[in-house]
Ligand binder design. Structure first.
Ligand SMILES: Cc1cc2nc3c(=O)[nH]c(=O)nc-3n(C[C@H](O)[C@H](O)[C@H](O)COP(=O)(O)OP(=O)(O)OC[C@H]3O[C@@H](n4cnc5c(N)ncnc54)[C@H](O)[C@@H]3O)c2cc1C
Length: 380
């Protein structure tokens, strides 16, 4: 594995950083206060080539590798993590549709996702099926020409703005692994958005509950018949990009903190000249560098055509926890200003918590890793 970024990878990071700085950062705080999804900025990102980046060129995508897309999200998180997350959800779904070899009716929609004319959401989680998606109960019954879906999904990112929902449904009994993935129109008869969640942070992106009451989905909208395996695969891909967003958030937080400490004096001395504070920054910077390379290696393994189950859990665990820790420590270094909504650090702190929850909590990453470790030492 190359242990340096190539010129083109470095360029993707720098261009994405500049794009986020000019198109997201000036409005990020305002969007969050208004709790309003920046639809124009999202669509513009499509026009400017930042949507559906992982989709092949055959469909008009950029065929980005996972290292490349991760660098893009890392850079976006430095300007607006929630919009970066909303874009990552949409982009991951676009990639999944192509790579799960969805039906032709589904595939021909890809150009609309790449342009941003249509927005995708992913609906896996249910009230009684969060960490354990196998216990989900939303059910699809086969009928002439398609399926009738019955059930409820919760915590659907992009749910409000989405025009298509990537939906996982059971086709067998409650405890079976028989699941399929369907692409459902939003709106469509039988589908209702029932609740928009108010959240600790990341309120500029929508997170909604959805109900399906005898909602008809045509047979041509099947994404995959290997629903459970593919749902886990989609979540694994999500973990790589959540780790990338976490790295970007940490970079930005360290940057604004160092700038703040360089500009403020106490005891007639610039704060950044205190060795104790320099050591804090040094410690966080070194740990961030290690976390970044763990994230990039995970993306690299994915690019090699292998399935980085353990790597993605490690990357999500380490980068998500580090984001929480760095935002918390740096908020403290701002003193009272860290607690004020006039500075961005309190918003970053609230956003960091999201990274420990989505696409499998910190505990679930430990569960996955722990099982792999135990399997190496236990014979039966
Ligand atoms: C802002 C936001 C956006 C989201 N977007 C989406 C989305 O787009 N699509 C989607 O499908 N889902 C989405 N989710 C849902 C998210 O993936 C789930 O919240 C997450 O997987 C955890 O499920 P849960 O909330 O039901 O927690 P639970 O599974 O109820 O867990 C509660 C606590 O128990 C712990 N726990 C559970 N089982 C174990 C165990 N065996 N051992 C040890 N600890 C355990 C968990 O770590 C957690 O701390 C989103 C969530 C949030 C907050």
């Amino acid at each position: 594995m190359p242990i340096e970024l190539s010129e083109s990878e470095e360029r993707i990071y720098q261009e994405s950083l500049a794009y986020g700085r000019s198109s997201f950062l000036p409005w990020a705080a305002q969007w969050e206060v208004e709790r309003k999804f920046p639809l124009d900025a999202f669509r513009k990102a499509g026009e400017d080539g930042y949507l559906g980046v992982g989709v092949s060129r055959d469909w008009g995508g950029k065929a980005y590798s996972f290292v490349e897309s991760s660098l893009m999200y890392q850079a976006f998180a430095r300007s607006c993590l929630p919009l970066g997350f909303a874009i990552a959800c949409h982009n991951n779904m676009s990639y999944d549709l192509e790579h799960m070899q969805a039906s032709p009716d589904v595939l021909e929609l890809l150009p609309k996702f790449i342009s941003g004319k249509e927005i995708l959401a992913f609906a896996l989680t249910e009230e009684l099926a969060g960490s354990d998606p196998l216990s989900s109960s939303t059910f699809a019954r086969e009928v002439p020409g398609g399926f009738l879906v019955q059930g409820k999904k919760t915590w659907v990112t992009n749910g409000q703005e989405s025009s298509k929902v990537f939906l996982t449904v059971k086709t067998g009994d409650a405890q079976s692994r028989e699941m399929i993935c369907l692409l459902v129109d939003n709106p469509t008869p039988g589908l209702q958005v029932t609740k928009a969640h108010g959240k600790l942070g990341a309120n500029l992106m929508s997170t909604v509950d959805m109900e399906f009451n005898d909602c008809f989905v045509p047979a041509g909208r099947v994404i995959s018949l290997k629903g459970y395996a593919n749902a886990l695969w989609a979540v694994m891909i999500g973990r790589i990009h959540v780790a990338a967003l976490a790295v970007g958030l940490c970079e930005e937080v360290l940057h604004v903190t160092a700038e703040f400490l360089a500009g403020r004096k106490q005891f007639n001395k610039t704060l950044l000249l205190n060795q104790g504070l320099q050591w804090k920054l040094a410690d966080m910077t070194a740990r961030l560098e290690a976390a970044k390379w763990l994230m990039l290696r995970t993306a690299f393994v994915m690019d090699q055509g292998r399935s980085p189950v353990q790597e993605s859990s490690m990357a999500k665990l380490v980068c998500g926890d580090l984001a929480m820790e760095i935002t918390s420590q740096c908020l403290g270094l701002f003193g009272a200003r860290g607690y004020s909504d006039e500075y961005p650090i309190e918003r970053y702190f609230r956003e960091a918590k999201l990274l420990q929850i989505v696409d499998g909590t910190t505990e679930i990453q430990k569960l996955i890793l722990g099982k792999h470790i135990a399997a190496r030492y236990l014979n039966d």
